[in-house]
Design a binder for this molecule. Structure first.
Ligand code: SF4
Length: 291
């Protein structure tokens, strides 16, 4: 029997950075707030809560404590509001997200009509759009592109978009202007996690997907894995059932970009204990056999 973890799994660079900033600042201040949950992982959110970092839904709920901006950023108007409140701002916006915001703003300033490839309701897209002064559109599919010509078109992307979506939209836009400038702001963290999960699932009998049930990137990993093998999406080791491992030779583990290492380690150790594996438990996620 083998148990292995997908090559790319768990915290991405931007989330790791945001959590570290929140942890470090929680040692300095008794009270801190994040505008919305810092990540889509209930266990990490409640761990931070115990350290004095609570999640608020709007700035009206704040009583002057330092505010952490989460990795997918905030709109320019919220930023201005924060400045006016004169509170300390701990900006944990992921540098890749910041790049998308700055690229959109730059293209707009240079006279391009900016197309943002992404979901209009996503906070990251709302933030990117808020930094654009001129004409701009948020589109998810080529069908959403307005039927008219533009003098100059600029394109940026929500960082978690699939490359194929950007391609399809650009293919249509190319007929609507003589000048197109594309700044590919897609971050590969999501794609890499999906590819690693797909590969591992094809070489296992069951897969355990670890991460928040409210995390869309984790849910996507479960969807991908289910195409190949029985898959269980869990948040913690407490959800593991012994019957899943009956007649199973190869167990795969994977985790979304918002799943902390300690939860992955706990899941691995619980399986090891349950099945009486000779390989023994581990203290760090890096010690889990990889694929
Ligand atoms: S998925 Fe990419 S852009 Fe988003 S927080 Fe992680 S590293 Fe940053």
């Amino acid at each position: 029997m083998k148990i292995r973890i997908a090559k790319n799994s768990g915290f991405c660079f931007g989330v790791k950075r945001a959590i570290k900033m929140a942890m470090d600042k929680s040692e300095k201040y008794n009270k801190l707030s994040t505008l919305g949950p810092i990540i889509h992982n209930p266990q990490m959110v409640s761990k931070l809560e115990n350290q004095g970092v609570k999640s608020i839904e709007s700035l009206e709920e704040s009583s002057g404590e330092p505010i952490i901006i989460r990795s997918h950023g905030i709109t320019s108007s919220t930023y201005n509001q924060l400045h006016k409140m004169n509170v300390e701002i701990i900006d944990a916006t992921c540098p890749y997200v910041k790049n998308a915001q700055e690229s959109g703003a730059k293209l707009s300033k240079e006279g391009y009509t900016v197309f943002i490839v992404g979901s209009a309701n996503h906070p990251e897209v709302k933030a990117i759009s808020s930094y654009i002064d001129g004409e701009s559109y948020i589109v998810k599919t080529p069908e959403e592109i307005p039927k008219k010509n533009f003098s100059k078109i600029g394109v940026v992307c929500q960082t978690t978009q699939q490359f194929s979506k950007l391609e399809a939209i650009v293919q249509k836009l190319i007929h609507q202007s003589k000048e197109i400038r594309i700044i590919n702001t897609i971050c590969t963290a999501t794609t890499l996690r999906q590819e690693s999960t797909r590969k591992l699932a094809q070489d296992c009998d069951i897969m355990i997907v670890i991460g928040g049930k409210n995390s869309s990137n984790t849910k996507m990993l479960a969807v991908i894995s289910k195409e190949f093998i029985p898959t269980y999406h869990i948040e913690t080791e407490n959800e593991i059932k012994e019957k899943w491992f009956k007649n199973v030779e190869n167990i795969g583990l994977t985790a979304g970009a918002s799943t902390p290492d300690w939860i992955i380690t706990n899941v691995y150790n619980k399986i090891i204990n349950l099945l009486g594996f000779p390989s023994g438990t581990v203290n760090n996620v890096e010690d889990i056999p990889g694929y």
